[in-house]
Every structure is written in structure tokens, then in C-alpha cells.
Design a protein around this ligand. Sequence first.
Ligand SMILES: *[C@@H]1O[C@H](CO)[C@@H](O)[C@H](O)[C@H]1NC(C)=O
Ligand SMILES: *[C@@H]1O[C@H](CO)[C@@H](O)[C@H](O)[C@H]1NC(C)=O
Ligand SMILES: *[C@@H]1O[C@H](CO)[C@@H](O)[C@H](O)[C@H]1NC(C)=O
Ligand SMILES: *[C@@H]1O[C@H](CO)[C@@H](O)[C@H](O)[C@H]1NC(C)=O
Length: 344
Amino acid sequence: MFWSCIFLLLVAVATASIVPRSHQCGNQSFFTAENGIIRSHAGYDVGHDYGKNWDCVWTIEAPEGKFVELVANTFHLEGSGVSCSYDYLELFDGDSTNDNSIGKFCGSAFAPISSTQQFLTLNFVTDGSHTFRGFELFYNFTDHVIRTCLSGQFTCSNTICVPGSYRCDGADDCGDDSDEKNCQSVTFPTQEIGTFQCANGKYISGRWQCDGDNDCGDGSDEIGCDPACGQNIFNTGITGNISSPNFPYTYPANVNCTYHVTAPKGTQGILFTFDNRFDIEDCRYQLCDFVTVSNAHGTNIHGPFRGQTAPSPFEILGRVADVRFKSDSGTDGRGFMLTWSAIG
Ligand SMILES: *[C@@H]1O[C@H](CO)[C@@H](O)[C@H](O)[C@H]1NC(C)=O
Ligand SMILES: *[C@@H]1O[C@H](CO)[C@@H](O)[C@H](O)[C@H]1NC(C)=O
Ligand SMILES: *[C@@H]1O[C@H](CO)[C@@H](O)[C@H](O)[C@H]1NC(C)=O
Ligand SMILES: *[C@@H]1O[C@H](CO)[C@@H](O)[C@H](O)[C@H]1NC(C)=O
């Protein structure tokens, strides 16, 4: 009697702890209906938290030419928005977990997102510790790719948005290092060298600009590459100086030079201080020669500066800035020199 009780008890324990995988993950793993709901686990409906050490995979197939969009009705997993090392939902851009990861999601952050092709695969992984309520996701099919970050921004796995130029630059800007994953297609030779955003939105290493190759595919990395501008096109570090060609001697006519400044991560702004020897032809009634300083996106423009009085020091917010110098065919001056330094 005693032994059979123990035996029954063991069977009961075993039955309770070894839940069949199909039951944990719901009984459907492949979805093709034009919209649907995917819940983290079968017990979600009746208010149970998800379990420990789970590994569920679902794949959604859209009709050809469409993308799979995923929107969270609810989303509550262990972990913060920054680290997804405990329980997480990982999305893959394809029909298996071998495809490119779109990101890992945990905590309660899940913004609408879509695949970039026909399939989307979801992988829900839990560890052996705390369990949470789980998620209910709605999916449907769209004809455009959905990312909640603004264009030009990179969507981190934890859904934080960082400037696109922070991607694959050797520093973890997202907090989960997802901006440094899958960098094969956007490999930069050296970190902190600065990136260049092509007119078509692609990012290439700053080193590839003005190298005679059409790296962007649209030629935009080879525009404004006048050898007369000198070698000092890309400036990195915490301080440096930039001057017009030949400074302090007369600058050449008809140049159009852009000098890029990229300061290290964490830089809040860049301070620009012009040397007092400032001499740029001022045509008074029209703009002939000038220097401007702006952020890398051509906004927050200071200048155009010209004449014989050096501008007062000013700051450009952010860690990337462009100094542009242009001269026409007429009488020239000695030009300018400035020192830039990273703040913060
Ligand atoms: C399994 O899927 C069918 C529909 O295919 C559904 O009717 C049924 O309720 C599901 N069972 C469980 C346990 O989720
Ligand atoms: C898909 O669902 C989302 C969220 O409900 C909705 O905003 C969107 O319009 C839907 N897309 C299509 C193509 O129905
Ligand atoms: C000068 O170069 C910039 C880009 O570096 C370009 O946008 C601009 O059109 C050029 N200006 C002239 C007059 O060539
Ligand atoms: C400008 O920078 C160069 C190289 O970084 C340096 O050799 C030079 O001394 C600097 N000039 C001034 C006036 O700071």
C-alpha cells in the first residue's frame, strides 16, 4: 500500500512537470491564415503564467510579395527592456530560427514590427527562474515593411532606436549589443572611423567615401571628392583641427569641400573654435565663398561665414558634424582654420 502510494505520487509529479511540448506552445506551429493570434502558451487564456525552460517556435507564412506584421495585444516577459538574457521572444526574418534575427524582445516592450520577406518565425524561450504572464500577439499581412523607429534609425532588439550611423561601429549603443550583431553586410574596417550615409539610405564606412569606387551603388559616396580639399576629410577622436586647403596661404578657386567630424560615443556636442586668422572672400551681395558647420544631416547649420572676422565659438549637438567650405572662381582669401573638440 505504502509503495503503491509512493508510485502514484511519482506518476502524478511526473505528469505535472513534464507537460507535452505541443501543449505548452499551443497546438499550432505554422500559420497561413490571413490573420491570427499567437499566444505565448496554452494556459494564457485561463490566466496561467508561462512555464520554465520552454522553447516554442512558430512560423507565419504570408502570400508571396507580402510581409508578416506582428502587433502585441499584451506582452509581459521577464527582463528589462535592455537585457533579454532570461525569458525572451526572438523574431527571425524567414521560415526558421536559422534565418537573420530581427531582435530579441522581453520585458513589456514590443512595438509593431514586420518581416522583410514572406515568412516570420517566432521563438519563445524561457529560463528556469521567474515566470510571467506571457503575450498575445496579433499578426496579419502587409505590403510594406514595418519598423517603429524613424527612418535613418536602427531598431535595437530591445526596441530602442539609435541613430543608424551607430550600427556596426564597435560600440554597444543599444545596451543589448544588437547594433553590433549581423554586421557582415555593413562591416566597417575600424571602429570610430565614422560612417557615411548614402543618398539611398545605405551606410558605408567613411573610409570608402571618395575612394574612386561606387560603394553606395548610387554614386553618392563619390560626390564632392575634390582632391584639392586635402587628405583631412575624415576627422575622428576628441579634438582636431580643420582648415581650408593651403591655409594660411590662399585657398584654390572652385572647391567644394566637406570635412566630416566623428567624436566618440557619449559625446554630447562638438565645440567649434575658429582661429583669428579668418579671411574668406565676401562678395557682399551674393554668396561666393563661405564656410558652414552643421550636424551630419545638414541641419543645425551655423554660417555661412565669410569676411575677415572669425565667428565666435559655438557648439553642434551630437557627435557627428560636417564642415563645408566652398569657393567660387573669383578673388580668394587665406581661408580659415578651426579647432573642434568633443564635449561630455
Ligand atoms: C487545437 O487547435 C484546434 C483548431 O485547429 C482547436 O479547435 C483546439 O481548441 C486546439 N486545442 C488546444 C488545446 O488549444
Ligand atoms: C494589420 O493589423 C494592424 C493592427 O491591428 C493594423 O493597424 C493594420 O492596418 C493591419 N493591416 C492590414 C493590411 O490589414
Ligand atoms: C557641393 O558639395 C555638396 C555635397 O558635398 C553638394 O550637395 C553641393 O551640391 C555641391 N555644390 C556645388 C555647387 O557643387
Ligand atoms: C592641427 O592639427 C595637426 C594634426 O593634427 C597638428 O600637427 C597641428 O599642430 C595642429 N595645428 C594647430 C594650430 O593646432
